[in-house]
Design a protein around this ligand. Structure first.
Ligand code: PLP
Length: 455
């Protein structure tokens, strides 16, 4: 057996395999160990303070020190640390959280299924949709429409929906029938001279042509994030979502709103579909549902989806799907307390109020020589970096300069994230104007250093 080295740093290098990490580089540089959180800040093992400009992984709405959530989880642990919801069993935290989610989300989403992660939730969505269409006697209606640059998770099926090459290469994905449509981001994907309205019309035509050439009887669902997050923070062009919703209705295709990042006020509205004016048949939430204090995701479905599934479970005797941790009582108790804090502190209202100063700070970098586009909405934003502003040419290799800027920001006490060529920001919803000012100062310094480094 290996001797356990006498430091966390050495032990991590010796034993851990990190997600989304170059493992050989990690063996050289080792981990950044985070030891403590307080409000919008986290602290590393050397005691250095950082503004967590990404809210962890787009998720810690209430900040890093809400003792109320810890107390709710502790209380639940003492009372009933675990129970499941298989075969008619139930417990108060999951019943109450399901009721709360139905109350908070758009009308018609009446049923809730819990999983442990966003990836599991989207896998479950795929299985629900397939199960439903088999039940309805249309076994050929199984394909998903998704988008390039969309992110829906990393399991075999949800990773197939994701439209990012880095999640497919050497993983043998996609592994389910999925068609990735053009990324709905005007700045990057419009033809030269194409207006936003023309771009929207082209994308809607592409979607309809795809449906018709594949055959509407083979397309089960369209899945998308109202605002794309992990692919680089891309806001949709005007008219895109209502147009997609209309096509889904026309061809009897289910519309899935993946709100794992967007949900619970991130965009300045409670849910992203409300911001962009469409009504999904299925809505997926996670992250800000518990502020990631505990792992939890929830899928909400309307009666059109629920009824054929329920009928089929009666026919087959069961719904042969579920996780040991589905609706875990401690995670649900943490979620209920987190949502109570979001409501009592009006954090969704705060996100809406902070949108203007936050986006103004982001726009203040639009003319920086490294920045091709400064974009965002609500409390999410991205700065896409370019080697040449006029031609929008990216640096080569892609992401190199964005990673350097994120590293420089970290040196200056701001954690942001480089996703491909974009530097992303997604701060906790508790943020105030002076926090935004400090983020702007640190980001500005990092951009200047990144610019000097790139030359
Ligand atoms: N869907 C979206 C929109 C996401 O942003 C993510 C994660 O970032 C997921 C799904 C997957 O969630 P998880 O990482 O919990 O599996």
């Amino acid at each position: 057996m290996n001797r356990i080295p006498n430091s966390l740093h050495a032990s991590d290098i010796a034993h851990s395999m990190h997600p989304y990490t170059n493992m050989r580089a990690h063996e050289q540089q080792g981990p950044m160990i985070i030891t403590k959180g307080d409000g919008i800040h986290v602290y590393d093992s050397e005691g250095k303070e950082y503004i967590e400009g990404m809210a962890g992984l787009w998720s810690v709405a209430v900040g890093f020190s809400e003792s109320r959530i810890a107390e709710a989880a502790y209380k639940q642990m003492l009372e009933l640390p675990y129970y499941h919801s298989f075969a008619h069993k139930a417990h108060a935290p999951s019943i109450k959280l399901a009721e709360k989610l139905v109350e908070m989300t758009p009308e018609g989403l009446n049923r809730v299924f819990f999983t442990n992660s966003g990836s599991e939730a989207n896998d479950t969505v795929i299985k629900m949709v397939w199960f439903m269409n088999n039940a309805l006697g249309r076994p050929e209606k199984k394909k998903f429409l998704a988008r390039n640059k969309g992110y829906h998770g990393i399991t075999i099926a949800s990773g197939s929906l994701t439209g990012l090459p880095g999640n497919h290469k050497d993983f043998d994905l996609p592994a389910i029938p999925v068609i990735h449509l053009t990324c709905p981001h005007h700045w990057k994907w419009a033809e030269p001279g194409e207006s936003e309205a023309e771009f929207t019309a082209r994308l809607l035509k592409e979607a309809e042509d795809t449906i018709l050439s594949e055959g509407p009887e083979t397309i089960a669902a369209f899945i998308g994030e109202p605002v794309m997050g992990a692919g680089g923070v891309m806001t949709p062009p005007e008219g895109y979502w209502p147009g997609i919703a209309e096509l889904c209705k026309k061809y009897d295709i289910l519309l899935v709103s993946d709100e794992v990042i967007n949900g619970f006020g991130r965009l300045g509205t409670p849910f992203g579909c409300q911001k962009y004016g469409f009504e999904p048949d299925i809505l997926v939430t996670s992250k800000q549902l518990t502020s990631s204090y505990m792992p939890l995701a929830a899928i909400l479905v309307n009666d059109k989806v629920y009824n054929p599934i329920a009928d089929n479970t009666e026919k087959l005797g069961t719904f042969g799907h579920g996780f040991t941790g589905s609706g875990h009582p401690v995670a649900c108790a943490a979620g209920l307390e987190n949502l109570a804090i979001i409501e009592e502190k009006d954090l969704m209202g705060n996100a809406a109020r902070m949108e203007a100063p936050f986006q103004a700070m982001v726009q203040s970098f639009a003319d920086h020589p490294l920045v091709g586009e400064a974009r965002g909405t609500g409390l999410i934003a991205g700065l896409e970096l370019v080697a040449d502003k006029a031609s929008k040419t990216a640096f080569s290799p892609i992401g190199k300069v964005a990673a350097a800027v994120a590293r420089a920001a970290q040196d200056h006490g701001l954690i942001c994230r480089s996703v491909y060529e974009t530097v992303a920001l997604c701060p906790p919803l508790i943020i105030n104007e002076s926090d935004i000012e400090r983020i702007g100062q640190r980001l500005g310094t990092a951009l200047d250093e990144g610019h000097a480094w790139a030359k």
